[in-house]
Ligand binder design. Sequence first.
Ligand code: NAD
Ligand code: DAU
Length: 355
Amino acid sequence: MILVTGGAGFIGANFVLDWLAACNESIVNLDKLTYAGNLENLTSLRDNARHVFVQGDIGDRALVDDLLARHRPCAVINFAAESHVDRSIHGPAEFIETNVVGTFNLLEAVRAHWSALPADEQETFRFLHVSTDEVYGSLGPTDPAFSETTAYAPNSPYSASKAASDHLVRAYHHTYGLPVLTTNCSNNYGPLQFPEKLIPLVIHNALAGKSLPIYGDGSNVRDWLYVGDHCSAIRRVLEAGRVGETYNIGGCNEKTNLDVVNTLCAILDELHSGSPVTPHARLITFVKDRPGHDQRYAIDASKIERELGWTPSETFETGIRKTVAWYLAHQDWVNHVTSGEYRSWVSRNYADTHA
Ligand code: NAD
Ligand code: DAU
């Protein structure tokens, strides 16, 4: 039995589905079901006795204590977070509440639980914290990629809150001996991603014939990793990662935002050729830049490859094609998640974004 937090969100749900398909251990899935958490992501598990879903907050100490005592998980994997940079700019408070205070609360509960375990269970227990490459800040065009020893320099309220949580996790290992692992991953894409993030937002808008908003001049660079590869990396770190270590995870796929959007448009032209808005690239619109927009992220993933033998399975070309095909085949899912709160977010974020 493992305890996963945030397992109804994009990466967490992909992780839960992959885990239950790949191994015999059961999962307790604790998720608050914020706007980003969606039980529809887990419908295929409705009759699966190996998946126990609990709606709740990682900041609820009594609930977390109870789950740890009742299920006695051999590992806790912390995906739960507020994850969208633009939302952190509009309203940072929830990012501090969940990403910093929530993680602190979880660590305190796990520390109390772990301290009371028999020695053999203490030895094998793991707390794996899922973090981001954004904690390292922004790179210039010729700077070397982020390694595990790059100094932290977070630039947004989101990345600062994740950096704070990473530091707490590190401190719980050094001070209390808690057996922690931290992963810092680059930009994920794939099925089940909420259409506030660049790739699903562009697919969603293109299918609706709406403009495709590119912040600034579109030259910002991100390293893209297919979500299934992130999940396999986390499984591998959990299985064989050295306690107290951090592992960078990336896809070796540096792309400008303009390249990503043009690639999406070309795939849509091909897979959705009957659309009245072909070529989709004519929907591209340059809008006002994100405040404090990091210019470039790049990941040096040589440590996880060298120590744990992990490499990604998908190239950007195979992963992005699968992703577009998934969104085309799951328009119902998109329609459900883009009703209600989504609309007010879009009108808030893009109200005044003309360049
Ligand atoms: P997401 O926003 O899609 O999902 C977050 C999930 O956490 C949701 O299901 C939400 O309901 C849940 N949640 C939020 N606050 C909670 C709380 N207080 N208690 C319990 N559950 C809560 O995020 P994601 O993109 O799946 O990211 C998951 C994790 O991976 C985050 O920690 C994020 O920082 C990290 N990460 C994301 C990316 C990426 O590209 N998306 C890359 C690297 C790391
Ligand atoms: O690097 C890992 C991080 O990647 C994760 O930690 C975050 O949780 C995740 O949201 C992601 O952050 P980004 O800010 O890089 O992702 P996003 O999809 O929001 O934006 C990707 C790039 O596209 C970024 O340079 C901003 C730009 N962008 C985004 C949106 C939503 C646009 O040009 N237009 C848009 O409308």
